[in-house]
Write a protein that binds this ligand. Structure first.
Ligand code: SF4
Length: 354
């Protein structure tokens, strides 16, 4: 399997009146072709800022460092007319790379380079489609605009054909009628499908989905998750799925990275992380997660600390029932929970080494 995206020490800093803070701190992982990785954590953990850094959409004044390589276009198996086979998921750690991704560093790309990459190579969908859709334009016209942004010379009939194909691929019923409708005339689930159609219209190999089902009812949520799974298999699409919902993460992803206060605190195969969590924060998230078969839900005491007042050692220490003096000396490293299975946790108790 080729690597679609490889992050090395991705760090984002934001200016504040009291100095720079790091909403994303030294995040590393590799994402293979056709693979789904879920980044989970509470609000304020840094997940969305990570996604915005990859899209070149950081807020003014922010600065990013590290390496975020997107595979070269020549090796990209997807495309506007792309067809692909299912590829097996790796069992490696998040930061292991099946094959080095030698392409463009997204963090140093110019605004013009990012405009060329967005849509064509990397796309993003959001929790609320109305933030991305223009309420004054018909759905079909917006998808056509996304197609023309990357292929200017296309004949009108070809654009129309591709718009309908994009809607069909996103399982939008009656695509010709829906293409003529405005976003406010569509249900929440249909708006999300139109946004997926628009995001994939120019054939990107990597889709970042930021809480795409959070605003939907249970039925529409299931339909969108099923659709993303189908698209991932059929298009060999790599999916970076951002969510606070562990039940959703367990459904969509083979691998999981748990974020807390800007850092990955646990990573590994979804089955390992969810069945045998090694970081107390992950254990807390699982106990608080509806839909994972628990009768009684428990909340994690306290909140994510402000980024300008992080504890000197483990950032989770103020909320951790297992906290000990040794947790405060330095930020714990990610250490292996067991040998060679890629399951790692940023806790001094992980792997029984403390
Ligand atoms: S390092 Fe200490 S405070 Fe942090 S999660 Fe582990 S036990 Fe808790």
């Amino acid at each position: 399997m080729g690597t679609r995206l490889e992050l090395r020490d991705l760090t984002v800093e934001l200016p504040t009146p009291t100095g720079w803070v790091r909403p994303v701190d030294s995040v590393s992982f590799a994402l293979g072709e056709g693979e789904a990785l879920a980044v989970v954590g509470e609000s304020g953990s840094g997940k969305t800022m990570l996604a915005l850094a990859l899209m070149g959409l950081l807020p003014p004044g922010a600065r990013a460092a590290g390496d975020a390589r997107l595979q070269d276009a020549s090796a990209n198996g997807n495309g506007p007319a792309g067809h692909a086979h299912i590829t097996p998921a790796p069992s490696a750690s998040l930061s292991d790379s099946p094959r080095h991704a030698s392409g463009k560093n997204l963090l140093t790309a110019s605004p013009a380079e990012m405009r060329a990459l967005r849509g064509r190579r990397i796309a993003m969908i959001f929790q609320e489609p109305m933030t991305a859709l223009n309420p004054m334009m018909r759905a079909g016209a917006q998808i056509a605009e996304a197609i023309r942004a990357h292929e200017r010379g296309l004949a009108a009939e070809e654009v129309r054909r591709r718009v309908l194909r994009a809607l069909e691929r996103a399982a939008v019923p009656e695509p010709e009628r829906r293409a003529r409708q405005y976003p406010h005339e569509l249900s929440g689930g249909l708006r999300q499908r139109v946004m997926i159609a628009m995001a994939l219209a120019a054939g990107p190999g990597l889709l970042i989905a930021d809480e795409p089902t959070t605003a939907l009812d249970v039925t529409a949520q299931k339909q969108i998750l099923d659709l993303l799974e189908t698209l991932r298999r059929e298009l060999r699409l790599s999916l970076l799925f951002i969510t606070h919902d562990l039940g959703v993460a367990a459904r969509v992803a083979e691998r999981v990275g748990v974020m807390y206060a800007g850092r990955i605190v646990e990573e590994g195969a979804a089955t390992d992380v969810f069945r045998r969590p090694a970081h107390p924060y992950t254990t807390g998230l699982l106990r608080a997660a509806p839909g994972l078969g628990r009768n009684k839900l428990e909340s994690i005491p306290g909140t994510v600390p402000p980024l300008n007042a992080l504890p000197p050692g483990c950032a989770f220490a103020p909320r951790c029932a297992l906290h000990a003096a040794a947790c405060d000396t330095a930020v714990p490293e990610l250490i292996s929970v067991r040998e060679d299975d890629g399951h790692r946790a940023r806790c001094i108790l992980a792997g029984g080494k403390a």
